[in-house]
Structure formats: structure tokens, C-alpha cells
Design a protein. Structure first.
Length: 257
């Protein structure tokens, strides 16, 4: 199996999430989960077979295996990954997703989302669902092995990954430029040329997009949503929602369309 069909019409039910450690007692695992999807983010090299199709696992690759598939792992020593076992309802349009693909620049973001989901699982299951749902949307948007387009400049890709992984934290253009390994002015020019917008405008847009998602898809309080997107001042958050999203947070939370 090389591809599967994924529905993202509503948040998944998370049956389990955590950090898996394998390859210690046995060099192989063979199993099948009849009712659960398997999401893994890898930190090691291994061989994976899904319903007879072989895949190479490398650090930074992500797999999404549908229910009922027979999975075989062959490890090369102690192997640690982040995982979630999910029930995904067939709601909304479906899309084709590779069973295994490289996370690429999305790796820091996906790692952060899964770690937040794991941390929230014991006491805040709705936040866990929201974090995993967001991760699935990003996984569905990955574009592995596409060679027709050269993609963004590597420094811009690094800058975007840095921003996405730290939306809840204070961000400055000089800090992002240092993370990308280039000067402030060079990043400013490259970013506008590649994305058509400024670094500051990109951060503002992504924070409000994430806030909109969390307001509608999670039970986090409005102050918690504001803090999680790096706008802890509630008055500033309210103004930003009105300006960028057309309505205050309470109205956005109640919207169903």
C-alpha cells in the first residue's frame, strides 16, 4: 500500500497517543489494528511494510496507515517515535495521502503538534483532538517527491518552519533571520519574493488562522486560544480577530458555517 484516502471533515477520536520505543526486545513487530488509524513521526532508520508494500523509514518521515492494514517493522536497534492511534469518521471530502512521506520543513511544526497532543491527552482530550486534527491537515498538505517546482528558497523554508513551530512565542524578524542563517535584510527580500508578503504579515496571518481553527474546533478558553497563538493581550486579540477575521472571538466560536 502506497497511498490511502483520508477524510478531514471533523476532528478524529484519539484512542491513544505517546512516545513509542521499539527494537529493544525484538528486531521486528507485526500487527494489525482493525479499527484504528496509525499516525507515526519517526526519529530513526527502519524498514516498514504495509500490506506487502515496502517503505524505508528515515528520521523526519511520517506515516499514516489506515485501519485493517497489516504492518511489519524491522528495526535497527532502539527506535523511538511519536504516535497517535485514531478513529477518523468518513466525513467531508476525501483526499489521497501517501502512506509514508517526508515531513520536510513541516517537521518542527508536526513534532510540536504531536508533543502538545501527547502532553494534553490525560487532562484535556479536546485539545489533543484539536492538535492531532491540525497535524493531519498539514500531513495532507505535504507534497513529497514533487520535482516540477523547485520550491521556496531553503532559507525561506527554514524561516517558515521556525515561525510555524513557535507561533505561541514572541517572534522577531532578526531572530527568524538568525534561525535561517541569513541577514535580516536578506530574509526580508527573499521572503517577499517567495511569498508575496512580509515576514510580519505572514506571522500575523498564520496566528489568526490558527486562532480561528482553535476557536471553532477546540474547547480551549478564549484567553487560552489567544495565548497559544502568541497574542496574550485579550484586547489586542479581540481587535486582531475583528480586523483579520471580521468578528470578535466569541462570535467566531459560535459560528457553525
Amino acid at each position: 500500500m502506497r497511498e490511502t484516502r483520508l477524510h478531514l471533515g471533523e476532528p478524529p477520536e484519539v484512542a491513544g497517543a505517546g512516545v513509542g520505543v521499539h527494537g529493544v526486545a525484538s528486531a521486528t513487530d507485526v500487527f494489525r489494528l482493525p479499527e484504528l488509524w496509525q499516525l507515526h513521526l519517526y526519529r530513526y532508520d527502519a524498514e516498514l511494510t504495509v500490506d506487502g508494500t515496502a517503505h524505508l523509514i528515515r528520521p523526519g518521515r511520517v506515516s499514516l496507515v489506515p485501519p485493517g492494514a497489516t504492518v511489519r517493522y524491522r528495526y535497527r536497534g532502539r527506535s523511538e517515535h511519536l504516535y497517535a492511534h485514531l478513529r477518523i469518521a468518513p466525513v467531508g471530502p476525501s483526499r489521497t495521502v501517501p502512506v509514508v512521506q517526508d515531513a520536510g520543513p513541516e517537521l518542527p511544526l508536526l513534532s510540536g503538534l504531536l508533543l502538545h497532543a501527547i502532553a494534553a491527552a490525560p487532562g484535556a482530550p479536546e485539545r489533543t483532538r484539536s492538535e492531532i486534527w491540525t497535524a493531519l491537515w498539514h500531513i495532507a498538505g505535504l507534497t513529497p517527491a514533487v520535482v516540477a517546482s523547485p520550491g521556496p528558497h531553503p532559507a525561506v523554508g527554514t524561516a517558515i518552519a521556525h515561525i510555524e513551530a513557535r507561533l505561541a512565542a514572541p517572534l522577531t524578524v532578526p531572530e527568524i533571520a538568525r534561525a535561517a542563517g541569513i541577514s535580516h535584510n536578506h530574509l526580508t527580500r527573499l521572503f517577499r519574493a517567495e511569498t508575496g508578503t512580509t515576514v510580519v504579515a505572514y506571522i500575523r496571518r498564520r496566528r489568526l488562522e490558527r486562532a480561528h481553527h482553535l476557536l471553532r474546533a477546540s474547547t480551549l478558553s478564549i484567553p487560552a486560544v489567544a495565548a497559544s497563538v502568541g497574542i496574550p493581550d485579550l484586547q489586542a486579540f479581540n481587535k486582531a480577530c475583528r480586523r483579520e477575521l471580521g468578528a470578535p472571538p466569541r462570535v467566531l466560536r459560535g459560528a457553525t458555517g
